[in-house]
Design a binder for this molecule. Structure first.
Ligand SMILES: *[C@@H]1O[C@H](CO)[C@@H](O)[C@H](O)[C@H]1NC(C)=O
Ligand SMILES: *[C@@H]1O[C@H](CO)[C@@H](O)[C@H](O)[C@H]1NC(C)=O
Ligand SMILES: *[C@@H]1O[C@H](CO)[C@@H](O)[C@H](O)[C@H]1NC(C)=O
Ligand SMILES: *[C@@H]1O[C@H](CO)[C@@H](O)[C@H](O)[C@H]1NC(C)=O
Ligand SMILES: *[C@@H]1O[C@H](CO)[C@@H](O)[C@H](O)[C@H]1NC(C)=O
Ligand SMILES: *[C@@H]1O[C@H](CO)[C@@H](O)[C@H](O)[C@H]1NC(C)=O
Ligand SMILES: *[C@@H]1O[C@H](CO)[C@@H](O)[C@H](O)[C@H]1NC(C)=O
Ligand SMILES: *[C@@H]1O[C@H](CO)[C@@H](O)[C@H](O)[C@H]1NC(C)=O
Length: 550
C-alpha cells in the first residue's frame, strides 16, 4: 500500500496537465467559430478524432514519463552502520535532518572523545580546553561523518532545525547552548558557525532543558528563543533573538522552584505561554509579558485575558485545583486547539487547554517517564504511559480524548531505561516501540549498567503479540525510531555509552533497519491461544508500511 499523500501527489500533476491539454485545443475554437462559418460535420468529426488522438498521445507521454521511465536512483541507506569511539562520553541528544541533501535523513549527536578528536577544528581553536564536546553529523546512508566541530566544554542543550534567519533561503540551523559554553548557531548543512555569543548568564546558574522556540517576540520577523535558568530557587527566562542570537534584555522572573521540562502552550486566543512544572503546581508566564518586563518595549504577541486571570502575577503559579508535584507537562493536540497532558506524582490527567478543567484523570499511577503519543485506532490519538518500575511496570495505551485504557501489558523495565517511541504506519495507526528488561536474561540483574534491554514492537492490528526486535547489553543513552527516507523503512538509531559523563568508555551510534530485525525477532504471545503462528506474525509485521510523521 502506498501512502495516500504520495498517491495524491502522483495524481495531481496528471490532473493539471489534463486540464491544460483540454483548455489549449478548446480555447481557439470559439474564436474560429466567430470568424468562419461552422465547418462541415465530416471535418468536425475529423477534428474531434484528431483532438482525441493528440490528447491520447499526450496522456500516453505523461503516463510514460511518470510511471514507466524509471526515476533516477536514489541512494538507498545501508541496513546497518556503526560509529564507535573507544574512550568517549556521549550526551542525551540524537536528532535527524538532511545534512548532505541526498533526501536521506542524517543523524546528529554530541560526544566528547577523551583522546581528543581528529575533526577539522580543534577544541583550542574554539576556545575550549581539550577534551571538549563535539557535535557530529553522520550520513544516514552509511554512517560516514559529514562534519563535526567543537561546540562546548562539557555537554550542551541543542535545538535543531530551529529558527531561521529572517526571510532567508538559508539552510536550517542547530542552536547549541553549552553547559557551560557559548550560545552558537551552526549551519546544518556545512557545520559552519552562523553566530556565536557568550550566554550572558550570571554566576551560578543551572540551565533548564529544553531550549524553547517561541513566536517572534521582538517583531524582527524571525521566531525567537527562550532559555530558562535556575539560580537558587528562582527561575528566570532569557529571550534571545532567533536571527542574531543576541540577548534581547535582562532576564524575566518566572516563579519559584521550577524544574526542567517547560513547554510552550498556545491558548485558544492565540497567545503563547511558557509553562513549567513547579512546586505543587504549574508555573508560567505569557511570552509577551516576559519580554515586555525585561525590555520595556512592546511586543506584537498577544496575551489571553482568561489566562492572565488564572496566573498569579507574583508567584507565577496557575490556579489549579490542588495538584501534587508535577513531573511532566505536555501540550497535546485537542479537539479545538491544544490541550495539556499533566503527569503528577499521583496521577495522569488531561486538562482543557483553555479553561484548564480536567477532561479525565487516571488515578493511582506512578509515571516516571514522559508519555509518548501515537495512534492506536486509525487517526485517533493515544498516549503511551509507563506505570511503575522494574517488575511492577505496566505499559498502558490510553485514548487521549477519553482516557480509556486501550491496551495494557506488564513489561519489566528500569527507571533509567530508554524512552518508548511511536511511528505512524500507512493504515493511519502507529507502531509502538517499547524498551524492556529481558525476562530471562535480565531476571537477576538490577543495575542499569548490566541489564539486557530488549526492544519490543507492537502494532495495534496485532494487539496480542509483541515482537522482540533486539537485545542490547550496552548502556543506552538515548534511542530514536525514525523514517530516514520518506516512504521507506523505519530505522532505529541507538546511542550507547558510559552511564555518566565522568568516566569515558566505548561510545557508539548504531543504525538498524527495523525491517531487517523482524525476521530474526522473537514473537512474544501475550494472550494464550493466539491463532497466528510466529512466522505469520513476522510476515505481517515485516509488511508494515510507515509514514512520515505529519
Ligand atoms: C586513545 O586512548 C586509548 C586508551 O585510553 C589509547 O590506547 C590510544 O592510544 C589513544 N589514541 C590516541 C590516538 O591517542
Ligand atoms: C580519527 O582517527 C582515527 C585514527 O587515528 C580513525 O580511525 C578515525 O576514523 C578518525 N575519525 C574521524 C571521524 O575522522
Ligand atoms: C557514504 O555516503 C556518502 C553519500 O551519502 C558518500 O559521499 C560517501 O562516499 C559514502 N562513504 C562511504 C565510506 O561509503
Ligand atoms: C552553585 O549551586 C550549587 C547548587 O545549585 C551549589 O551546590 C554550589 O555550591 C554553588 N556554587 C557556588 C560557587 O556558589
Ligand atoms: C499570589 O501568590 C502570592 C504568593 O504565593 C500570594 O501571597 C497571593 O495571595 C496570591 N495572589 C492571589 C490573587 O491569589
Ligand atoms: C499503577 O501501578 C500500581 C502498582 O504499581 C497499581 O496499584 C495501580 O493500579 C496502577 N494504575 C493503573 C492505572 O493501572
Ligand atoms: C536468579 O536468582 C535466584 C536466586 O536469587 C535463582 O534461584 C535463579 O535461578 C536466578 N535466575 C537466573 C536466570 O539466573
Ligand atoms: C534476546 O536474548 C534472549 C536470551 O538470550 C533470546 O532468547 C532472544 O532470542 C534474544 N532476542 C533477539 C531478538 O535476539
Amino acid at each position: 500500500m502506498t501512502d495516500s499523500k504520495d498517491l495524491e501527489a502522483e495524481i495531481r500533476p496528471l490532473k493539471n496537465d489534463d486540464r491544460k491539454a483540454q483548455e489549449n485545443p478548446g480555447s481557439p475554437a470559439p474564436k474560429e467559430r466567430g470568424l468562419k462559418p461552422p465547418p462541415p460535420p465530416g471535418l468536425s468529426r475529423c477534428r474531434t478524432a484528431a483532438f482525441f488522438l493528440s490528447l491520447f498521445a499526450f496522456l500516453l507521454a505523461v503516463f510514460v514519463v511518470s510511471f514507466i521511465v524509471p526515476c533516477p536512483d536514489r541512494p538507498a541507506s545501508g541496513s546497518t552502520w556503526t560509529i564507535s569511539y573507544n574512550a568517549a562520553v556521549a550526551y542525551d541528544f540524537l536528532a535527524t535532518g538532511d545534512v548532505n541533501k541526498d533526501r536521506i535523513q542524517d543523524v546528529l549527536f554530541l560526544y566528547k572523545n577523551a583522546n581528543g578528536s581528529n575533526g577539522s577544528l580543534s577544541c583550542a581553536e574554539e576556545g575550549f580546553s581539550s577534551p571538549c564536546t563535539f557535535v557530529a553529523a553522520a550520513s544516514g546512508a552509511n554512517g560516514s561523518i559529514l562534519w563535526e566541530r567543537p561546540v562546548a566544554q562539557d555537554g550542551a542543550l541543542v535545538e535543531c532545525a530551529g529558527p531561521q534567519p529572517r526571510g532567508s533561503e538559508a539552510s536550517p540551523a542547530c542552536i547549541l547552548l553549552g553547559r557551560p559554553g557559548p550560545f552558537i548557531a551552526v549551519d546544518l548543512v556545512t557545520g559552519e558557525t552562523l553566530w556565536t555569543h557568550p550566554s550572558g548568564f550570571r554566576g551560578n546558574v543551572s540551565i533548564l532543558s529544553p531550549l524553547l522556540r517561541v513566536p517572534d517576540v521582538d517583531g524582527d520577523g524571525a521566531p525567537d528563543l527562550l532559555v530558562l535558568t535556575r539560580e537558587g530557587k528562582q527561575v528566570h527566562g532569557y529571550i534571545y533573538s532567533g536571527s542574531t542570537g543576541q540577548l534581547v534584555g535582562p532576564p524575566g522572573s518566572l516563579g519559584v522552584d521550577g524544574t526542567s521540562g517547560a513547554v510552550l502552550h498556545i491558548t485558544r486566543a492565540g497567545a503563547p505561554y511558557v509553562l513549567l512544572p513547579c512546586v505543587s503546581s504549574l508555573c508560567g508566564s505569557s511570552v509577551k509579558g516576559l519580554y515586555e518586563k525585561a525590555t520595556g518595549r512592546v511586543s506584537p504577541l498577544r496575551v489571553d485575558p482568561l489566562w492572565e486571570g488564572m496566573l498569579n502575577a507574583t508567584s507565577h503559579q496557575l490556579h489549579l485545583r490542588s495538584l501534587d508535584a508535577v513531573r511532566y507537562v505536555m501540550s497535546v493536540p485537542g479537539k479545538v486547539g491544544e490541550d495539556l497532558l499533566l503527569v503528577t506524582s499521583e496521577d495522569c490527567m488531561l486538562l482543557d487547554g483553555q479553561g484548564l478543567e480536567p477532561r479525565w484523570t487516571l488515578g493511582a499511577a506512578q509515571i516516571l517517564r514522559k508519555p509518548v503519543l501515537g495512534h492506536y485506532k486509525p487517526d485517533t490519538l493515544a498516549v503511551a504511559i509507563e506505570n511503575g518500575t522494574d517488575t511492577d511496570r505496566q505499559i498502558l495505551l490510553l485514548d487521549l480524548s477519553s482516557g480509556a485504557v486501550l491496551w495494557s501489558q506488564a513489561l519489566r523495565g528500569l527507571p533509567g531505561g530508554p524512552q518508548p517511541a511511536s511511528l505512524p504506519t500507512a493504515d493511519h495507526r502507529s507502531a509502538f516501540f517499547f524498551w524492556g528488561l529481558h525476562e530471562l536474561a535480565g531476571a537477576n540483574q538490577t543495575g542499569p549498567g548490566t541489564a539486557l534491554h530488549s526492544l519490543y514492537l507492537l502494532h495495534p492490528t496485532l494487539p496480542s503479540v509483541l515482537l522482540e526486535l533486539a537485545n542490547v547489553s550496552a548502556h543506552i543513552i538515548t534511542s530514536r525510531v525514525v523514517l530516514l527516507e520518506p516512504g521507506r523503512h523505519a530505522a532505529c538509531v541507538l546511542l550507547t555509552g558510559p552511564a555518566g559523563p565522568d568516566a569515558p568508555g566505548p561510545v557508539s551510534v548504531v543504525k538498524y533497519k527495523v525491517q531487517d530485525l523482524v525476521p530474526s525477532g522473537r514473537v512474544v504471545h501475550l494472550a494464550k491461544g493466539a491463532p497466528d503462528s510466529d512466522q505469520a506474525v513476522r510476515n505481517r509485521l515485516s509488511r508494515l508500511r510507515y509514514r512520515d510523521a505529519a
